[in-house]
Design a protein around this ligand. Structure first.
Ligand SMILES: [Zn+2]
Length: 169
């Protein structure tokens, strides 16, 4: 007889719940998507970073158009929902100070097939997060991937900072 699953009653969809869920239910990452993205990456060479960032930005601008969020935590949890639903990874908040905040992505679908070559690969994701935040908060953000499977990390880490307009001289 099957025992009822202990987390069944928990309906609250937030990042902490996802983190605890994932320890019980490890996600099997399909590496086919990653292999294809890394191939595009390789062909684009020096242009890869900019092109993929823009592609992510563009995609999020469409997907999150018209959606509004109450602050950055709320916006990021909506991005995390999207990632979780589509099997793109498990996004969790990691840390915050007054200048930037950090999010982690476990089981990232983008770099799942990447070799440890000392490089970060998830520019598409960085652009996507920036685009989603722009749509939901109506503010410009810069997102930079600071850790990746490609740099030997078990998760991807993104640094998110508000883009400040240049102060007049
Ligand atoms: Zn990565």
């Amino acid at each position: 007889m099957l025992k009822s699953f202990p987390l069944k009653k928990r309906k609250k969809q937030n990042m902490e719940v996802k983190e605890s869920l994932s320890k019980i239910l490890p996600v099997r990452v399909n590496t086919a998507y990653s292999t294809r993205l890394l191939s595009i990456n390789k062909v684009l060479k020096a242009e890869a970073k900019e092109v993929l960032y823009k592609a992510g930005l563009d995609l999020a601008n469409t997907e999150f158009e018209g959606l509004k969020a109450e602050g950055i935590s709320n916006a990021l949890s909506l991005v995390a929902d999207e990632y979780f639903r589509k099997g793109l990874g498990r996004l969790i908040m990691d840390g915050v100070n007054e200048k930037f905040l950090l999010v982690r992505n476990y089981e990232c679908a983008t770099c799942a097939a990447a070799d440890n070559d000392g490089k970060t690969h998830c520019w598409l994701d960085a652009g996507f997060i920036a685009g989603a935040l722009k749509q939901m908060l109506n503010e410009d953000y810069v997102v930079i991937e600071t850790k990746c499977c490609g740099t030997g990390s078990e998760y991807c880490e993104f640094m998110i900072a508000k883009r400040h307009r240049k102060a007049p001289k």
